[in-house]
Design a protein around this ligand. Structure first.
Ligand SMILES: NC(=O)c1ccc[n+]([C@@H]2O[C@H](COP(=O)([O-])OP(=O)(O)OC[C@H]3O[C@@H](n4cnc5c(N)ncnc54)[C@H](O)[C@@H]3O)[C@@H](O)[C@H]2O)c1
Length: 545
């Protein structure tokens, strides 16, 4: 029976069968022959996710001093029901990832349709044609309980499968550049033996040429430049791999303006990524307790942070919002803990700050449900059966990426408390964490399992009209700093809702004048770290008395 993969806009694509593989490979060989005739290096990017798609396009856009393209890029993606649609879309020149960066669609269209230096495929045979393989598949960290990162493990399945396939297909001189964020030690202690074993089976006696260089991509307004125009760290497994990876990155990334850091061993590049993200997780988690302090003592943490930020030494202090989501910060420290024991074999427990930070960040958003409950209670409305609108499903502003977003936990906890949830997000068409909660992000790994009464959330649909979403709501939760939510007019919000509502500000979105106006309109306002709202409320009520 045919199987299909459905794009976010609802287009249906039949999955290829095994017989399609050889036809696809014949076609690829013809295309690659022509490209080699132009003197171009063949680069295969494995995994067309948030990183792989744009990295593939950045490589395909690379030129020599005369402006001639130097690379031909094949984006390779597993033909799974979840992801196959990305291939036909990319081959039309359409970006499979949505973002606020206008350069993404232009870059992809230019490389596919004008320069003809980028195409996508589903066949692993394409690896046989590659001079360089860039690995951008995921390496997850699966947590077994909520708020305890120690109770979890690295999920290397997709990553290890990719390495085996690479070892079965590539030539001995092919550079394998791992960009995936991995547990420190992976390139040398996991990837190298897997590929080497495959090489030996195929009678190849040389060592595989492996390197690691992690991504610092930020899929927002500067998506493309966060890959192309940004500092990189890299390291090869031996001298030859190092010189190859340095040459490659210099050819595709703006290393003149953003110099490369070349480290001695891949474990140092891998550790850099994990420490960099654990540091970020820690400075965010640190403010959680001060956020509660602020709420309980009439302090506006947003103003406190802005006052501190003027000191150049403290300029990276940052308000944590409703938990820290995204693919990287919730998991990367976990990969470090896991590596210490399971790759390097240590039994002692040296990690204190990193797991604590992740645990705080993973549960911070639950407090939003309490604020919502209290705001509604102040208006004499019970949380059970209350209609609550969450504005923003993504983990950060102006992107359509919902992975581990604080909003998911807010929806789950409030549902458990009996509320009726709706959601609006201009960047998200489908919130798969709910629509496909039985199999997404992996079967039996939905956060659903930590809450009761979640079944009906399968029917949660992302509303695209803000006005419609507001109609008849009891509470609005400002969960993400999407530009669409920064200047909402309180009078219009209340009018669309049909009367006074509870407003919960999770991200310092509301200036004091707006908070005041909401109170004047009979609303309740609460916010993470925003203890001063009570003062504004008292002033308004006094003036109204
Ligand atoms: N998303 C970010 O903002 C970001 C930033 C920095 C680093 N990273 C790291 O980059 C890596 C990739 O992240 P992502 O966000 O692109 O993940 P993703 O889940 O969006 O993409 C991974 C892709 O790889 C595909 N894939 C899996 N196994 C495959 C196989 N055997 N062959 C071909 N394709 C396969 C998946 O189907 C998916 O499309 C991760 O290690 C992540 O931690 C991500």
């Amino acid at each position: 029976m045919s199987q299909y993969s459905i794009s976010p806009t609802g287009e249906k694509f039949e999955l290829p069968g095994q017989k399609d593989d050889s036809k696809e490979f014949e076609h690829l060989k013809e295309v690659v022959n022509i490209q080699r005739g132009f003197g171009r290096e063949i680069v295969l990017v494995m995994g067309l996710g948030f990183v792989g798609v744009v990295m593939a396009a950045v490589i395909a856009d690379a030129t020599d001093e005369k402006g001639n393209p130097t690379k031909f890029v094949i984006g390779m993606q597993r033909p799974s029901t979840r992801s196959f649609w990305k291939i036909p879309l990319l081959n039309r020149g359409i970006s499979p990832v949505s973002s606020e960066d206008p350069e993404v669609p232009l870059l992809i269209d230019r490389c596919v349709n004008e320069k003809k230096t980028l195409m996508a495929t589903f066949t692993y045979d394409a690896l046989k044609l590659a001079d360089v393989v860039v690995v951008d598949v995921q390496c997850d960290y699966l947590k077994e309980s909520l708020g305890n990162v120690r109770d979890g493990r690295a999920d290397m399945d997709a990553f290890e499968e990719s390495l085996e396939v690479i070892g079965q297909h590539i030539g001995p001189e092919t550079l394998v550049l791992i960009e995936t964020t991995v547990a420190p030690g992976t390139t040398e202690q996991i990837a190298y033996p897997i590929i080497r074993k495959m090489f030996r089976k195929r009678g190849i006696q040389t060592d595989p040429l492996l390197a690691h260089s992690f991504e610092r991509v930020m899929p927002g307004r500067n998506y493309v430049s966060s890959i192309r125009d940004f500092w990189r760290v890299c390291s090869g497994i031996n001298e030859k791999a190092t010189s190859k990876v340095v040459k490659f990155l210099k050819e595709v990334i703006n290393t003149e303006k953003y110099p490369l850091t070349v480290l001695d061993r891949p474990i140092e590049s891998e550790t850099t990524k994990i420490v960099e993200n654990s540091f970020r997780a820690a400075i965010l988690a640190f403010l959680d307790e001060w956020s509660i302090f602020a709420e309980q003592n009439g302090v506006d943490l947003i103003k406190v942070i802005n006052a501190i930020k003027v000191r150049p030494t403290h300029s990276n202090i940052i308000f944590p919002g409703p938990g820290i989501g995204g693919y990287c910060l919730p998991k990367d420290g976990g990969l470090g803990l896991w590596a210490y024991r399971h790759i390097h074999g240590f039994e002692d427990d040296i990690f204190k700050m990193t797991p604590l930070a992740i645990n705080i960040n993973d549960t911070r958003s639950l407090h939003v449900a309490q604020l919502t409950r209290d705001a509604l209670r102040n208006m004499g409305r019970p949380i059970a059966s209350a209609e609550i609108l969450v504005l923003g499903a993504s983990y950060r502003e102006d992107v359509g990426d919902t992975r581990y977003s604080g909003s998911e936990l807010i929806v789950r906890r409030l549902t458990e408390m009996g509320a009726e949830l709706r959601v609006h997000d201009p960047y998200v068409l489908h919130w798969w964490e709910f629509e496909k909660q039985d199999e997404y992000p992996a079967s039996s790994h939905s956060l659903k399992r930590f809450f009761r009464g979640q079944e009906r959330l399968k029917d949660l649909r992302v509303e695209q009209s803000l006005e419609k979403a507001l109609h008849g709501t009891d509470a609005v939760i400002l969960a993400v700093r999407h530009k669409h939510y920064l200047n909402l007019n309180p009078d219009e919000v209340v009018e669309s809702a049909g009367g006074p509502i509870a407003v919960i500000d999770c991200f310092g979105i509301l200036e004091d004048v707006r908070i005041k106006r909401y109170f004047e309109l009979g609303c309740e306002v609460k916010g993470l770290g925003r203890g001063h709202v009570k003062r504004i409320k008292d002033q308004v009520r006094e003036a109204q008395a």
